[in-house]
Design a protein around this ligand. Structure first.
Ligand SMILES: *Cc1c(COP(=O)(O)O)cnc(C)c1O
Length: 360
């Protein structure tokens, strides 16, 4: 049967048996990944620096050994022990994921029933809505304050699960763990603190995962330069982790990602060095954007959210794209539009700033 579903005209004919919840959803659209030409890619918050050489070494060892013939460890025991030691937590409080997006899916399956309610603040990561829709749940959103502060917790009183990225995307702003702890107390509902960008921030909320209502998620995609590998993990009370393990794919992380992720965490020096470079470039990017007339939100992540009060930024995005520089254009009801610019290398950011000066 050919597909007669057009996103423009709506559903004209339903392919037999496909769930209504799936038919009506749009599906998540990831950021553009051009495969050709010499692009400066500042649109999906990838790390501009290579991963630790120890990752490459570990991958070589795994390929030449016996790893590919056998199934991987479904629990990622070796990885969890390394992560537990580095983060000073219990290995049984960690669950491994095929990217932290996988953990977000697992948490949704664990906490949200069909017809349940998933909630998030907005503007934020748009995947949360897709996760709700896949689950057949309703999605509730409440706006951040104009200074990116949290809305009062009672707006989410009916939520089965709340998602909060901290630092948030696209703003790069962060709620302090102290404010967060009391907000979550008042909320009294299960919450995911999505710490995909936390390694670029001044603090983190990992300690809050001792609370049975809280799952903290981490990603190796950004700070560890491993977006192509797909590895992330979740931290929660061991009793919560045991429930989450029941609903994950048994072999959700392959043998190569497991050894690479372990090697990446073991090289904390490499993380410190790339982090320091990115934070220095971030500061320079923020300062120069301000000099060019942009309103820049101070960032705790590896990207910067900036806006213009004197004009729409869509034409600036288009001009940059014409010059093979890709940033992320976003527009939100009530917030207006802005550009989210990933912190690249110094050379990439210099090129970007040169072109912005030319565009004027
Ligand atoms: C990038 C990102 C993730 C997911 O990262 P993975 O590549 O799946 O580990 C999760 N949350 C937010 C807010 C992100 O920006």
């Amino acid at each position: 049967m050919s597909s007669d579903i057009s996103p423009v005209s709506g559903i004209t004919r339903r392919p037999g048996g496909v769930r209504a919840a799936v038919q009506v959803m749009a599906g998540y659209t990831p950021g553009e990944q051009p495969r050709d030409g010499q692009w400066i890619k500042l649109n999906t918050n990838e790390n501009p620096y290579p991963p630790s050489p120890r990752v490459i070494e570990a991958l070589h060892g795994a390929i030449t050994g016996d790893r590919l013939r056998k199934y991987p460890d479904p629990l990622g025991t070796a990885f969890r022990h390394t992560a537990a030691r580095i983060l000073d937590i219990d290995p049984d409080s960690i669950i491994i994921g095929n990217g932290s997006d996988d953990i977000l899916t697992i948490v949704t399956r664990t906490f949200v029933s069909q017809d349940g309610v998933v909630a998030a603040c907005t503007p934020s990561y748009v995947l949360y809505r897709s996760l709700a829709e896949i689950q057949g749940a309703r999605f509730r959103e409440a706006p951040f304050g104009s200074d990116w502060s949290l809305p009062p917790p009672f707006v989410f009183h009916e939520a089965d699960l709340v998602f909060l990225p901290n630092p948030n995307s696209p703003s790069g702003t962060m709620v302090s763990s102290q404010v967060l702890a009391s907000w979550i107390d008042e909320l009294g509902r299960p919450i995911v603190i999505d710490e995909a960008y936390v390694d670029f921030a001044d603090q983190n909320a990992l300690r809050l995962a001792a609370n049975s209502n809280i799952v903290v998620t981490r990603s190796l995609s950004k700070s560890y330069s491993l977006a192509g590998l797909r590895f992330g993990f979740g931290v929660a009370q061991p009793a919560v982790i045991r429930e989450m393990l029941k609903v994950k794919d048994s072999y959700n992380c392959d043998a190569l990602s497991l050894v690479a992720a372990q090697a990446a965490l073991e090289d904390q020096d490499h993380l410190r060095q790339t982090r320091a470079k990115i934070l220095a470039t971030r500061r320079r990017l923020e300062e120069n954007l301000r000099l060019l007339g942009y309103d820049v939100t101070p960032s705790q992540a590896n990207f910067v959210w900036c806006r213009r009060h004197d004009r729409p930024v869509r034409p600036i995005f288009d001009e940059l794209k014409r010059r093979q520089i890709l940033v992320r254009y976003m527009s939100f009801a009530g917030y207006g539009d802005g550009l989210r610019i990933s912190v690249g290398t110094d050379a990439e950011i210099d090129r970007l700033l040169d072109e912005l000066r030319r565009i004027g």
